[in-house]
Design a protein around this ligand. Structure first.
Ligand code: CP
Length: 308
């Protein structure tokens, strides 16, 4: 069974194959209306459950549209309206859903829930974000980078802010695609220490640089994410703003980067907090290409999951 749970668990051959397939499918759709089927309807007669325990704009719509374009049938399910983990075990839910659908995409809080779903499901499971990782996002980011600048291997990626789930998937991708990764953020929000220790054993270049200006020098790709979540209290928000304000990606910081460095943000963004609107809408920004590529790369991921 081919689950798509985390980038570090998938071979580089398969990861590159997914990106290649995504590129090919994107190219084949140029000029077509969004509702046109892809040639051959590769997901014909397949039903895909899209299960969300957390809010989503991009993941929800891109998976839904992706399944339709592939000729399959999407089934959007809200965790709040299911018995998921509240009165019914994840293992029972996994076994029941597997009797109805051919593929499950799950956005949830704990990785444990995702892995439990995959363990008991008899159909493939895709990680649509957990508190620990966001692999579909980073596959879209790598696709976007390579469309614009060629291979990401050997390039320098700098992450500003919080060592969060999106950063974690960048970290896993660096180990697979062999690019350098710099984390530039406050010590309090460092990535988990076990992750940092892992970098050496994985053999890729990983550094923490708390000086944003030295971190951004020579970067090919600059990425950041929101400083706070919607559910954070005003007190937490204030603390985080104080911790992170030195790591805001603004025009002054970008003036220290290479002229052709790309700026990415997985969105949603809090404009003028983690990044200014001038950067987000500036010439280096590819934020909406990233969002579009979620669609293409996830279609390729679904095809990979269902392939023999
Ligand atoms: N980047 C991302 O996953 O966006 P959504 O939360 O809107 O799905």
């Amino acid at each position: 069974m081919k689950h798509f749970l985390n980038i570090n668990e998938i071979s580089i051959r398969d990861l590159k194959g997914i990106l290649e397939q995504a590129k090919k499918m994107k190219g084949a759709r140029i000029g077509l209306a969004k509702g046109t089927y892809d040639e051959g309807k590769p997901l014909s007669q397949h039903i895909v459950a899209l299960v969300f325990e957390k809010p989503s704009t991009r993941t929800r719509t891109s998976f839904d549209v992706g399944v339709r374009q592939l000729g399959g049938q999407p089934m959007l399910l809200s965790g709040a309206e299911m018995h998921l983990g509240q009165g019914e075990t994840i293992s029972d839910t996994a076994q029941v859903l597997s009797r109805y659908v051919d593929l499950i995409m799950l956005r949830t809080y704990e990785s444990k829930t995702l892995y439990e779903m995959a363990k008991y499901s008899t159909v493939p499971v895709i990680n649509g974000l957990t508190n620990d990782s966001h692999p579909c996002q980073i596959m879209a980011d790598i696709m976007t980078f390579e469309e614009k600048r060629g291979t990401i291997e050997g390039k320098k990626v700098v992450w500003f802010g919080d060592g969060n789930n999106v950063f974690n998937s960048f970290f896993q991708a660096a180990g697979k695609f062999n690019f350098s990764l710099i984390f530039s953020g406050p010590k309090e929000l460092d990535p988990p220490s076990n992750l940092v220790k892992k970098a050496n054993s994985l053999g890729f270049d990983f550094k923490i640089d708390r000086d944003p200006i030295s971190a951004i020098k020579g970067a090919d790709l600059i990425a950041t994410d929101t400083w706070v979540s919607m559910h954070d209290s005003p007190e937490v928000k204030q603390v985080r703003h104080n911790q992170l304000k030195a790591f805001q990606v603004n025009e002054e910081l970008m003036s220290n980067a290479k002229k052709d460095a790309l700026f990415m943000h997985c969105l949603p963004a809090h404009r003028n907090e983690e990044a200014t609107s001038a950067v987000m809408d500036g010439q280096n920004s590819v934020i909406f290409d990233e969002a579009e590529n979620r669609l293409h790369v996830q279609k390729a991921i679904m095809r990979w999951c269902l392939s023999k």
